[in-house]
Design a protein around this ligand. Sequence first.
Ligand SMILES: O=C1O[C@H](COP(=O)(O)O)[C@@H](O)[C@H](O)[C@H]1O
Length: 238
Amino acid sequence: MSKIVVANELEVIERLTTEISKCAKRAIVESGVFRVGLSGGSVLNFLSKAIPRIQTDLSKWKFFFCDERYVDETDPESTYGAYKIKLVPQTELQLHQFEPINVNLPLAECAADYEKKIRAEFGASIGSIPEFDLLLLGMGPDGHTCSLFPEHALLDEKTLLIAPIADSPKLPPQRVTMTLPLINNAKCCMFAMCGTSKAEMVKRVFVDMENLPAGKVSPKNGELLLILDAEAGKYIQK
Ligand SMILES: O=C1O[C@H](COP(=O)(O)O)[C@@H](O)[C@H](O)[C@H]1O
């Protein structure tokens, strides 16, 4: 795990720009496409500033969601809806480069359908696990990441790559989420966090190594990067 602590949010965004740019370059050279998993919440704010600065062929990027709220895209809780409003208009990205969930399906089918779409994108048969080039992750104040919450049975999910959750302690309760087998098969997982409100949980998860969801992110063959501002990273030793 690499922990990078910089002075402030502006520097977090700069570092994120550099690190995402490296991943994009590598993926596009290797396979002609850069496949990214997006999170919602504060990560969207960082990415809406970082992605427009990256020198890259954006047409080669393809976006999926690490987790998504089971609401219509016009709902303010929709992560896809928020990227559509905050990121897309600032770039040459086209909506067809994003794979939203299908909320017209019942929740469990919606999750299964999303897994099928991800498998199809990677040409991954049942039994094999797709390798995302990059997952951009956030962490909530309870240590959750994606929609994997402390002590939730989904933390032990071994079969589904995308799971439905109907009892999320954070609203809205119905969501779909990547599970750990998919997350930990990524080539790179990056957490970006800012502010004092994250500091204590950053310490518990990434310094004290308490048994919390964000601490279970540990790519088998990939890298794990934390990019923190001085407030979020105040308990990280220099
Ligand atoms: O509910 C969610 O929360 C986490 C953390 O959000 P943040 O605003 O505290 O960064 C986010 O990563 C996840 O995608 C989202 O659905």
